[in-house]
Design a binder for this molecule. Structure first.
Ligand code: ZN
Length: 146
């Protein structure tokens, strides 16, 4: 149960990780954003990317199930720790409005996760009732079945 919640939180973070730069209108200046990464953001990014790599490797058959589970458990723990650190760092520097916007994004990501409309492949939040991702065509029943 705890691991599932952790995985859901990390998945939500992956959504935010993908959505956030776009929402902030920074997609045109990604390179500059890299330079402005704080230590906690960099740590979070590394952990989330590693988690995605594990998913890809497992789907590609490069990892067996035991390796996948143990790696995913480790990386999920690290990603959660990094997220917490990043959120603490953020809450100190964000204005009230930006913090509220971030909370709204997290709430939206959680709603997408709980309804199974979040694409595990590309992170796209699909319309409720979608069976396939509108962005990449990946089947969405995997998350719905959990
Ligand atoms: Zn997708």
């Amino acid at each position: 149960m705890v691991l599932f919640l952790g995985a859901a939180l990390v998945a939500a973070a992956v959504v935010l990780f993908i959505v956030q730069p776009v929402a902030k209108g920074l997609h045109a200046s990604l390179e500059r954003e890299e330079d402005e990464l704080t230590e906690t953001e960099a740590r979070k990014r590394v952990a989330l990317l590693a988690l995605r790599d594990v998913e890809y490797d497992y789907l590609a058959g490069k990892l067996d199930e035991n390796d996948y589970r143990s790696l995913k458990g480790e990386l999920t723990a690290e990603a959660l720790a990094a997220l917490e650190a990043d959120e603490k760092a953020r809450s100190g520097s964000l204005s009230g409005g930006a913090a509220a916007a971030l909370e709204a994004e997290i709430a939206e990501a959680r709603a997408g996760l709980s309804s199974g409309m979040y694409c595990p492949e590309c992170g796209f939040l699909n319309e409720p009732g979608s069976r396939f991702c509108s962005s990449c065509g990946h089947a969405l029943d995997r998350t719905a079945a959990v």
